[in-house]
Design a protein around this ligand. Structure first.
Ligand code: FAD
Length: 479
């Protein structure tokens, strides 16, 4: 009897894919299946940028499966019903998949597994998306960690993830090909308007591109990653996040390749440690989400549960469009819109501006990121926002308010990043690029810049906004 391998949007790869590997080694026909999940009441459907990425990733996965011998079957709808229909039509007696960890998916997958077992079908799942599953990492009293450093110390101490699995040599096809949707009919790509030009220019989805990015990173930037990772004006980070989010590369592959690279080149050791620590943050966010599923939209620190956030439609629109008048914030928000990605340092600055300067709820920013990021990931996005907002498990304290001018001057010292994404400022000298409103009139004239016309004046005074946030926080702490 054939075996079904149920691919999801977190494991779109052939290498180091435990479910696929197990299926191929059974020596029976393999039916690779992807279901575009449409379940009534889904609280978090994929955002626009993720849909664009998914299309590209499935295109490549389909080509790769076909090359191995068994074409990818595409279905849309309720996965339980689609798996059931395929298994009945094909006579498959086994269904295999890799586990995912966001609460809604865990519950959905558990119900599907129970249903299959009740029907006498073998259903097995595997660990493929994390170095360590959330329930396997425990503090001394057997509970979950709430602080990153001890979590990472514990996990990394004796971490020896299994070696990545090879791509199966071939997949035996079924006797007759099951019905499949056409990817082009799913409408995952934007059409009117087609806003994805910047995404196409910046990214190539798929497993091959993911491996190429990792190799390029380990050949170069890793050596100086510990210092350059905070510089948005440099290509100092790996830019692997969308590939990791969609599972086109596994953290085990990254871990082994990075260790191997550092062992062979001691000068890469420091950068490699620092890089793997960030992979550790990804693990930590998944750990938190597993143990506190409400963190997707509720603060982990319940002192913030009824925080008196404001509502400010104009402020929110200016932030989304990159027209706050603070160049580093605007460059970040435009990078996000244009390329579907934003540098981590700038994510922190832009998020801090929304939450602390504009006093808008972090959930509003999280939703915008969810829709516009190609690496949108429930655990990392909610974890990142809660960290910045000061309400996460191991967050920056609320009183740490990022100063967008000082941050810009420190991490984009020449203003190259700002010039790239905010071209109306490109002729401003570096001295004024992060605070154009302080530039003398003749400097602005020479730069061809009329503030309030070509580029906005700051929509809020950062000093006043900071004091407002701190006062509000102090009042609540005193309650
Ligand atoms: P590198 O620096 O090369 O790091 C390698 C990998 O480690 C990344 O691909 C990522 O998987 C992981 N990583 C790196 N930094 C972090 C971090 N701070 N937290 C968790 N994992 C990290 N990351 C997402 O993948 N999806 C999101 O939706 C997301 N939303 C965020 C929202 C906010 C407000 C903030 C502050 C951060 C968010 N991050 C998110 C984390 C981080 O910004 C990105 O993972 C990182 O910028 C990706 O770039 P890179 O691949 O070049 O990272």
């Amino acid at each position: 009897n054939p075996v079904i391998v149920w691919f999801r949007s977190t494991d779109l790869r052939l290498s180091d894919n435990p479910a696929l590997h197990a299926a191929a080694s059974l020596g029976v026909p393999v039916l690779p299946l992807f279901v575009l999940e449409e379940v009534a009441g889904d609280p978090r459907p994929l955002g626009g940028a993720s849909r664009w990425w998914l299309h590209g990733s499935l295109e490549r996965l389909a080509a790769d499966c076909a090359a191995l011998g068994s074409p990818l079957i595409l279905r849309r709808g309720d996965p339980a019903a689609e798996i059931d229909a395929l298994r009945r039509a094909s006579g498959a007696a086994t269904v295999l998949w890799n586990r995912r960890y966001s609460p809604i998916h865990t519950a959905r997958d558990a119900a599907i597994k129970d249903g299959l077992k009740r029907d006498g079908v073998e259903a097995r799942s595997f660990c493929a998306h994390l170095l360590a599953e959330p329930w396997t990492v425990q503090n001394k009293s057997g509970g979950p960690f709430k602080v990153f450093t001890p979590f990472w110390r514990n996990l990394s101490a004796d971490l020896a993830p299994p070696a990545p699995l090879p791509v199966p040599e071939r997949l035996i096809p079924p006797a007759s090909a099951p019905a499949s949707d056409r990817l082009a009919d799913w409408g995952l790509l934007p059409t009117a308007p087609d806003w994805a030009g910047g995404l196409r220019a910046a990214w190539v989805p798929g497993e091959t591109a993911a491996r190429a990015r990792l190799t390029a990173f380990l050949e170069g930037p890793v050596a100086t990653y510990a210092t350059d990772r905070d510089r948005p004006d440099m290509m100092g980070t790996a830019r692997l996040s969308p590939h990791l989010a969609f599972g086109e590369i596994s953290p085990r592959q990254i871990w082994h390749a990075t260790r191997h690279s550092a062992d062979a080149h001691p000068e890469r050791q420091k950068g490699a440690e620092s890089f793997l620590r960030e992979i550790g943050w990804r693990e930590f966010n998944h750990h938190l989400l597993h143990h506190a599923p409400h963190m997707l939209d509720q603060p982990l620190d319940d002192r913030f549960a009824d925080f008196p956030w404001l509502s400010d439609a104009d402020g929110l629109a200016a932030w989304r469009r990159g027209r706050t008048g603070y160049p580093i914030v605007d460059a970040g928000m435009r990078e996000l819109w244009e390329t579907g990605w934003m540098h981590n340092r700038v994510r922190m600055i832009a998020a801090s501006f929304l939450v602390k300067d504009l006093l808008l709820p972090w959930q509003v920013g999280e939703q915008w990121f969810w829709d516009t990021l190609v690496d949108a990931d429930p655990a990392n996005n909610a974890g990142g926002w809660q960290w910045v907002a000061g309400c996460g498990a191991d967050a920056a304290p609320f009183f740490r308010v990022f100063n967008p001018v000082l941050q810009g001057e420190k991490f984009d010292p020449e203003g190259d990043y700002v010039r790239r994404f905010v071209p109306e400022l490109r002729h401003l000298p570096s001295r004024w690029i992060h605070k154009p409103w302080e530039a003398p009139a003749d400097v602005l004239r020479r730069a061809g810049l009329r503030l309030g016309d070509h580029y906005p004046k700051p929509i809020i005074d950062h000093g006043l906004a900071r004091n407002r946030a701190l006062t509000l926080f102090a009042e609540r702490k005193g309650q």
